[in-house]
Design a protein around this ligand. Structure first.
Ligand code: BG6
Length: 491
């Protein structure tokens, strides 16, 4: 029975996510023999594709985006030989009846519905899926995977959650935040809780502040239509960045399992000091890129991008100062920033430890900064480093910063797998630890919606501009310098 095939129904199978991420990840799992049972892809979308065309397109996706190359033709064949396409509008009940008929005819006992469509189609798909849910009642299991963004604010997120819960129970719902699927993100907890030496320092007695950076070099390009309605706050901050905050700040779970880990993350979200009204305005800095050069490539100004309103005030850069009001973190600000068209692609969490109580030496090239920074480099060049002060050889007592380094590539000889490989496998195996729970989603939106409201109630005509290829608006530097701290310059 364990070998019975699993049906993976992908809504929006013709889109970018399927081609770039889902299918290459499934291919990798198939090739590495990690799938516990054969997996049959059932594509569901609007375009007039045939089964043959579906297989061709998915094969092309694998050829282009597979993590390990050369691509193994036999694994592609194995993964796609049963692939089927159902053409239908998402609001068309008849399409779902055909889907149901197909699932019944083949007698699938395990079914995953994957929403890889633009989010505005979610509600109609979920409503129509209630047909399939009845089918599910007699089967082994049925699960649904939902991609972010889950809603646009607290109210719409609540709405979506209500719809989901009308048709599915929480243990059937897998909300993807693909950052949680990244090896290095999971390693935050391993680093903290498999090693005894850091945790005693991981608090306001020893830590001055935390900086979390998710910098991207790309502009918004072809995604401008979506992005202009979202901005960094909805696209990155309400999910990926807040998840990184929770993993950095949470208490030790009692076990590495879905309820315990997510309970601890929830406590962090609840401890975030709300940013209402003026608090939101003084604790955030927004910016928008103007034309410039990133890595030798010219990027046009955000306001000139196709499908961006010429007077748009959507932020392509956001910096924020968060406070976590609990015993561990009281008085330790978390400085968070993310932006498009920045000079390097780099995601890192930097823990800045406090100064020694009394300085005995002359520091070279340190400008009075505290020397001990622990940096978790999440991507690229995955690893961890710790900066220390060391004596420069010679007769004078001069100190320079040096680094202790751990690099994934050197230690394990390979690059970490793609986030989607792990997440798809976990969903197939029924493990929700790395998926966002309903209460987390709601709490994230509660926090973010206060900020959105404050921005709305205090409208601006335009946002501070920053040159594409620079580190964001000058306002962001002032904002952290007011506190006698400085942004790191990763890369
Ligand atoms: C996505 C956002 O969730 O994450 C994108 O919608 C962003 O705007 C991407 O580029 C970043 O993901 P990664 O894995 O490249 O860091």
């Amino acid at each position: 029975d364990a070998n019975k095939p699993i049906a993976l129904v992908i809504f929006g199978v013709t889109g970018d996510l399927t081609r770039r991420k889902l299918i290459p990840a499934l291919y990798q799992l198939c090739k590495d023999d990690q799938l516990p049972a054969p997996l049959h892809v059932i594509g569901f979308a609007r375009r007039p594709w045939s089964d043959e065309k579906l297989r061709e397109e998915l094969t092309a996706g694998i050829m282009q985006f597979a993590r390990t190359k050369p691509v193994n033709a036999q694994s592609v064949e194995e993964l796609l030989k049963m692939a089927t396409y159902i053409q239908s509008d998402f609001q068309e009940p008849e399409g779902y009846n055909r889907l149901l008929g197909y699932l019944e005819e083949k007698g699938y006992q395990k079914v995953i519905f994957y929403l890889a469509t633009p989010p505005d189609a979610y509600v109609e798909i979920i409503q129509n899926l209630s047909v399939c849910q009845r089918y599910a009642e007699q089967k082994q299991w049925v699960r649904i995977v939902v991609e972010k963004p889950y809603g646009r604010d607290l109210e719409t997120a609540q709405n979506l959650e209500d719809y989901l819960h009308q048709c599915f129970s929480e243990d059937q719902i897998y909300r993807i935040d693909h950052y949680l699927g990244k090896e290095t993100v999971q390693n935050i907890l391993v680093f903290r809780y498999a090693n005894g030496i850091f945790e005693p320092l991981w608090n306001n007695h020893y830590i001055d502040h935390v900086q979390i950076t998710v910098a991207e070099t790309v502009g918004v390009g072809t995604r401008a239509g979506y992005f202009d309605k979202s901005g960094i706050i909805r696209d990155m901050f309400a999910n990926h960045l807040l998840q990184l905050v929770t993993l950095t700040a949470m208490e030790a779970p009692y076990a590495f399992n879905e309820s315990s880990v997510r309970d601890e993350k929830m406590k962090v979200l609840r401890s975030l000091r709300p940013m209402k009204g003026k608090e939101a305005l003084i604790n955030t800095v927004r910016g928008q890129y103007s034309a410039g050069e990133v890595n030798g490539k010219q990027i046009q100004a955000y306001l000139q991008e196709d499908r961006v309103a010429p007077d748009s005030i959507t932020e392509t850069y956001l910096a924020a100062r968060l406070h976590i009001d609990n015993w561990r973190w009281a008085g330790v600000p978390f400085f968070i920033r993310s932006g498009k068209a920045l000079p390097v692609r780099e995601t890192e969490i930097a823990i800045q430890f406090k100064q020694v109580p009394l300085s005995l030496f002359n520091w070279k090239n340190m400008a009075g900064e505290a020397p001990n920074v622990l940096v978790l480099r999440l991507q690229p060049d995955e690893g961890i480093n710790l900066s220390l002060g060391a004596k420069i050889p010679g007769p004078i007592n001069e100190i320079a910063p040096v680094k202790m380094e751990f690099c994934y590539q050197d230690a394990f000889g390979s690059e970490p797998p793609e986030a989607y490989e792990r997440l798809l496998l976990d969903c197939i195996q029924g493990d929700q630890t790395l998926f966002t729970r309903t209460d987390e989603v709601i709490e994230q939106w509660r926090f973010v919606t206060d900020i959105l409201k404050a921005w709305e109630e205090n409208p601006v005509k335009s946002l501070p501009q920053y040159l594409a290829g620079s580190w964001g608006p000058v306002q962001a530097d002032k904002f952290i310098e007011e506190e006698h701290r400085r942004w790191r310059r990763p890369g």
